[in-house]
Design a protein around this ligand. Structure first.
Ligand code: SAM
Length: 273
């Protein structure tokens, strides 16, 4: 089979990082996640993955993030089997296959920039239950495509996406979701400003010449609107993964211990007060 040449740059090119992490992890005997499709995708893509320059610990953190997003999506689908899931900035992720393939009632949408969805269509099949949308999340036209039945429970996922935005853009998206999808849940990964700076030193991020977005406290988003409520926050070192080895000691460094998280909000145009 001919390999597909990747012609992405800027933030879209970063989709290859989690793809690589999922694929490498899946081939380990002690894998935390299994994603055979990621392995197949990596083998079909003509790209120098060695240039990503992630350490074993960086890769493991990425895989822990994938696992936690998967768990939260599974929990949502267990509670709302007929819900709608929208993966914002999906890249070449195949979470639908990992957690929802056997669910016969979910409506799933994978959303990313047009050039990324064009690549996705070359490599993966769109199905009636898992649709692709080529549109910037900042162009709210996509909300009409997924919002047919706003009575369905909605889960919005944004994995590895918002840190590339400015705070004003994240706020715009959060407030638009809150207005349009009452009661929706939103899960994304967040960092403190210090961690954002530190993560910006990774070679594939440094070449973007951009500052990653960080927020001091996840509760800070609640000040954006009384209809934004933090439900839960997950930290990488809460239950340190044994495979992290000595990296687990970083949990004793105050700036690092709670520096990166996965945050889970409920959004509602009505106030929660
Ligand atoms: C680090 S990748 C993460 C991909 C995927 N979520 C994963 O974990 O494999 C960041 C993704 O955000 C997407 N992205 C960046 N800006 C976007 C925008 N304005 N609208 C939608 N997606 C965007 C990129 O194209 C890229 O696929």
């Amino acid at each position: 089979m001919t390999r597909i040449h990747i012609d992405l740059s800027g933030v879209p090119e970063t989709l290859l990082i989690p793809l690589y992490c999922r694929a490498v992890e899946s081939q380990r005997p002690d894998a935390l996640i299994k994603d055979e499709r990621a392995v197949a995708l990596m083998n079909r893509i003509d790209y120098d993955f060695s240039g990503i320059g992630f350490s074993a610990a960086d890769m493991l953190f990425t895989v822990m993030r994938v696992r936690e997003f998967d768990r939260r999506t599974q929990a949502f689908l267990a509670a709302h089997p007929d819900g709608t899931v929208v993966s914002i900035g999906c890249g070449l992720d195949t979470r639908f296959d990992r957690v929802a393939e056997r669910n016969g009632t979910v409506a799933w949408y994978d959303l990313d920039l047009p050039e990324v969805i064009a690549l996705r269509r070359q490599l993966l099949a769109e199905t009636p239950r898992c649709r692709f949308i080529g549109c910037s999340v900042l162009d709210f036209a996509w909300m009409d495509l997924v919002g047919g039945d706003t009575k369905r429970p909605f889960l919005f996922l944004a994995e590895g996406v918002f840190p590339y935005f400015g705070e004003a853009e994240v706020k715009q998206v959060v407030l638009a979701l809150q207005e349009r999808f009452p009661g929706a849940e939103l899960v994304f990964d967040a960092m403190t400003p210090f961690m954002a700076w530190l993560n910006g030193l990774h070679p594939p991020i440094r070449k973007l010449h951009t500052n990653l977005w960080g927020i001091k406290r996840s509760q800070g988003l609640e000040a954006w609107s009384p209809g934004v409520r933090l439900l839960d926050e997950w930290f990488y070192f809460d239950r340190p993964e044994p495979r992290l080895g000595r990296t687990r000691l970083l949990r004793f460094v105050p700036l690092l211990n709670k520096g990166s998280s996965i945050v889970h909000y409920r959004l509602d145009p009505r106030s929660f007060q």
